[in-house]
Design a protein around this ligand. Structure first.
Ligand code: ATP
Ligand code: MG
Length: 455
């Protein structure tokens, strides 16, 4: 088993008869630190392959002087381990899909985003070198924001949003399923803000009985109620000048929601039993895994408070919708956990990673972290493989209880069904649309959407 070399030792060849495409792809990948050459001529490119045997080739399916698939087969005749990524226009997607059956690593449909290109190259290298445990420090750094890891375009967008709004002193709501990293994002926002030297205090809005919430948040004066023998600082006062993280904000009792609204509107608060208002200067970052719109509609959460808190909304997607983050997250957790256990950082093989793509992860990143921890705790080898995965994970890819997986599974079923018919009609779109009883535009939209669905 080999390790992924550093980017400067990785060579990539780009072949396309469109000079603009070659230039763009070369430029993007050079920025990543790879050695990249471009060619617009198939024969010249084959000479290059014979001499240099690049790690990855990115090429057009239809070249002027050659058929991309045939060229790929010639390449594989020379060096079977070169990962080939085909660039295709939408019209030739079926051609590219078939090519993946003939050995192409994947295809990239035009127009593609820079992140997609980077991700595919990273995945191709991952497959080629059969490791996940050895992403270079640079790779990890580039794919992370503070402690948050993510190569997927959605997470990269989240990073951009965090850096944009962190220094702006606005209240933020973070929405996402359990274990998607809401607290991590809240801490990153604080760390990157102008309040970073002041406290970050966390308050779980669901953890206290209704009558105690005000006491916890606002504190109380001595003698405010029986048993209040001394005064007590509330969380707002402790966090004054800094950031207050309202975790599980949806669980905040309605009576408290009114009080909090007033506090935000007036920028002051009163301790329980207090007689005078104290000035308050905090940034609220709230987190929730609930559907707030529904809660507002049913009267469980005040709309006016939600609007105050949600100047900016950050949505964190579930892990099953960004499975491309899995290899790097595994590498990150392997390092973190092995360091904690005082063990050698294990290499993670592809057969450890592969089943994870289909699992669904109802517990999201937190669950993935536990999977890696479990594997490292029980393994005495330097390499983690499929045998180190919990049995439930291998058999429970489509757990009946993971209601959330159903949507994804249905999408996959739908995808398979449409592709089956698409294939059986010899990739005739009009005929496929007719058989399915949908319009050609709908079919086109579905096919495009499926491109982004990993399966
Ligand atoms: N993108 C990520 N990169 C690295 N670690 C992550 C990422 N997302 C989550 N984690 C890790 O997963 C665990 C759960 O994250 P966190 O507590 O932020 O989730 P959460 O959304 O607040 O969950 P809950 O709703 O259950 O409170 C933490 O150990 C965190 O470090
Ligand atoms: Mg949390």
């Amino acid at each position: 088993m080999s390790k992924i070399p550093s980017p400067s030792d990785i060579s990539i060849l780009v072949i396309d008869d469109e000079v603009v495409t070659v230039r763009r792809v070369v430029q993007v990948l050079k920025k990543e630190g790879y050695q990249v050459t471009g060619s617009i001529d198939a024969a010249e490119a084959m000479d290059e392959v014979a001499q240099k045997s690049p790690d990855v080739i990115i090429m057009d399916v239809h070249l002027q002087d050659a058929d991309g698939v045939e060229l790929m087969q010639r390449v594989h005749g020379l060096a079977p381990d070169i990962a080939v990524i085909l660039i295709t226009g939408y019209a030739s997607i079926e051609h590219a899909v078939l090519a993946t059956k003939k050995g192409a690593f994947h295809y990239l449909a035009k127009p593609f985003k820079v992140q997609e290109l980077r991700r595919l190259v990273q995945e191709a290298l991952f497959m080629k070198y059969d490791v996940a445990g050895n992403f270079s420090e640079k790779m990890l750094k580039e794919a992370s924001f503070d402690e948050i890891i993510g190569t997927s375009p959605v997470m990269q967008d989240v990073f951009t949003l965090i850096s944009k709004i962190a220094p702006v002193d606005c209240h933020v709501v973070i929405q996402g399923e359990s274990g998607t990293g809401k607290e991590l994002v809240a801490r990153a926002l604080h760390k990157e803000s102008n309040r970073s030297k002041s406290p970050f205090v966390s308050f779980n809005c669901g953890a206290f009985a209704e009558e105690l919430v005000a006491n916890e948040l606002f504190g109380h004066e001595q003698g405010a109620f029986t048993g209040a023998v001394t005064s007590k600082l509330g969380l707002l006062e402790t966090g004054n000048g800094g950031t207050v993280f309202l975790d599980e904000v949806a669980e905040m009792p309605l009576s408290m929601q009114v009080k909090l609204l007033r506090v935000i509107q007036e920028s002051n608060f009163m301790r329980v039993g207090g007689l005078s208002s104290l000035p308050l200067d905090v940034r609220f970052i709230s987190a929730t895994n609930r559907n707030m719109e529904k809660m507002i509609a049913s009267g469980e959460f005040r709309q006016d408070l939600f609007f105050r808190l949600k100047v900016v909304l950050i949505k964190l997607p579930p892990l099953r919708d960004r499975v491309e983050d899995i290899p790097l997250l595994c590498a990150h957790f392997a390092k973190k956990i092995a360091d904690r256990f005082g063990r050698v950082v294990p290499t993670i093989s592809e057969d450890f990673i592969k089943p994870l793509y289909d699992y669904g992860f109802p517990g999201n990143v937190r669950e993935l972290e536990h999977v890696v921890e479990h594997a490292i705790a029980l393994s005495d080898k330097d390499v983690l493989g499929v045998t180190n995965l919990p049995v439930e994970l291998l058999t429970g890819g489509h757990r009946a209880d993971a209601e959330k997986d159903i949507k994804t599974s249905l999408k996959k079923l739908e995808k398979n069904h449409i592709f089956e018919i698409y294939r059986s009609t010899g990739f005739n779109q009009s005929e496929t649309a007719r058989v399915l009883g949908i319009s050609r535009t709908t079919l086109w939209r579905r096919l495009k959407e499926f491109d982004s669905l990993d399966s």
